[in-house]
Design a binder for this molecule. Structure first.
Ligand code: EPZ
Length: 420
């Protein structure tokens, strides 16, 4: 198994090119199931997660081809068997998103339930309720969802989500685009990945309005066609490298980043004493002086994203004073705390709040990656620590960060991948 070794204490200077968003690409890939034509994604990130989903799509009969220039071509000319087995779904929860498109296109599907995951229980009740509202008959049997559309296919409906869910909003959209009549989704998640999915579906011939707002209206169409679509820049990768630059010090230009997708983070970094300059297609991050403590609370977009909470906590260990980090989206998303403590951080957890007391002099140590975003918070802490930090189990990092060590070393970080 690979690990990453970081010799800390080097400021970052240079430019980092931001990849396409993992959390958008995965849903766009699932959208390829909705048409027999080819969907070509450009700026498709090459990640473990997208390859896992590629394997599942191939199993379903989709031709999946990685092309030069970060392109990914997907063509579901026909669906072999609308069956997504446990082994291909359990590796990654986003695989569950094939359920809606399969019911919409084939009228039936058997898809494994995704199960829990390290950051929380993450149920899929809202996904299933939305599909039922569109007319799908759903049964749960031995860990599988068995779903059937009525004889005439799915029908549009008014669906009010009882809580904001990114995955359920996307899943409902992926099924409703081919349902008969109008669907109105209320209390939707407003993440940029949702607007990206809607715009791609529209490029394929769908009629989706309002994505990115709380109410989404979808007029069902009979069929979708192929399209070429460029995946939205990854706001979490952008935020992560911004925090890395703030932690290590220096000045970094994040190229191909959409500044507007990270306003909550920019506000928090500004309060911490970090300079953030927003350009049209880039963001520049500069940190020279001492860091100040800032309290944050994770929230659905446009609030502070849960997917940069761990990274921001690593930064706050370096700030001069106490900060409170409150996690409101997932119930177990503080697994980085014991690992950051191994590096010398002073963090106390009370329920969904962590109190971070800084500034800590971080010192390198071997640490263990536990989930994707937690792992990268350890890399950030390692960049600011004295001596060597070795991050083990980095397959978590490879799920969501493309060429992380290349991007950071190009800015002067001393970071290498080692094979055991
Ligand atoms: C997406 O997960 C992202 N994953 C997550 O990123 C991200 O942290 C999350 O949105 C919040 O922004 C992908 O896009 C692949 P939710 P998702 O449904 O859709 C509860 C990463 O590191 N809920 O918005 O699963 C749920 O338990 C990952 O890249 C239900 O109760 O998140 C959670 O507490 C991690 N029932 C809350 O809603 C449901 O049916 C929000 O989850 C669905 C969700």
């Amino acid at each position: 198994m690979d690990r990453i070794r970081i010799r800390g204490g080097k400021p970052l200077h240079g430019t980092i090119e931001i990849s396409g968003a993992k959390n958008s690409a995965l849903k766009l890939m699932a959208a390829s199931l909705l048409t027999e034509d080819a969907l070509v994604l450009s700026r498709a990130p090459r990640l473990r997660d997208s390859r896992f989903l590629g394997q599942l799509l191939a199993h379903l009969g989709v031709e999946v081809e990685e092309q030069a220039g970060s392109k990914l071509r997907l063509q579901a000319a026909s669906i072999a068997d609308p069956y997504a087995p446990y082994d291909l779904v359990r590796k990654m929860r986003a695989s569950f998103n094939v359920l809606g498109p399969l019911i919409a296109r084939e009228g039936r599907a058997k898809v494994s339930l995704p199960g829990g995951c390290a950051i929380g229980a993450r149920p899929v009740n809202l996904h299933l309720e939305a599909l039922e509202a569109l007319g799908a008959e759903i049964e749960l049997e031995e860990g599988y969802v068995l779903a059937k559309a009525p004889a005439g296919g799915l029908t549009g409906a008014r669906i009010v989500f009882p809580m904001v869910s990114v995955g359920a909003t996307e899943h409902a959209m992926l099924a409703a685009v081919l349902a008969k009549g109008e669907t109105v989704l209320e209390n939707c998640a407003r993440e940029p990945e949702i607007a990206d999915l809607a715009e791609c579906l529209n490029a394929m011939g769908a009629k989706v309005e309002g994505a990115g707002e709380a109410e989404i209206r979808i007029e069902g169409v009979d069929r979708l066609h192929g399209a070429e679509w460029s995946v939205v820049p990854d706001r979490i990768e952008t935020g992560t490298y911004a925090i890395a630059a703030a932690a290590a010090g220096g000045e970094v230009i994040l190229k191909d980043a959409l500044a507007a997708h990270n306003h909550a983070l920019w506000r928090a970094l500004g309060l911490a004493g970090v300079e953030v300059r927003e350009g049209e297609n880039s963001v520049t991050i500069k940190r020279e002086g001492a860091l100040k403590p800032v309290d944050i609370q994770t929230e659905p977009f446009p609030g502070f994203p849960t997917d940069t909470q761990a990274q921001f906590m690593a930064l706050m260990t370096l700030a001069d004073g106490a900060s409170i980090i409150r996690e409101t989206i997932f119930e177990n998303r503080f697994m980085h705390v014991p690992e950051l403590s191994r590096l010398g951080a002073d963090i106390q957890v009370r329920g969904n709040e962590a109190v971070v007391r800084g500034p800590s002099t971080l010192r390198g140590a071997p640490v263990m990656a536990t989930d994707l975003r937690a792992s990268v918070s350890l890399v950030i802490a390692g960049l600011a620590a004295e001596g060597d930090t070795v991050v083990n189990r980095i397959y978590h990092l490879d799920r969501g960060f493309e060429r992380l060590e290349d991007k950071l070393s190009a800015c002067g970080a001393d970071i290498v991948r080692e094979s055991e």
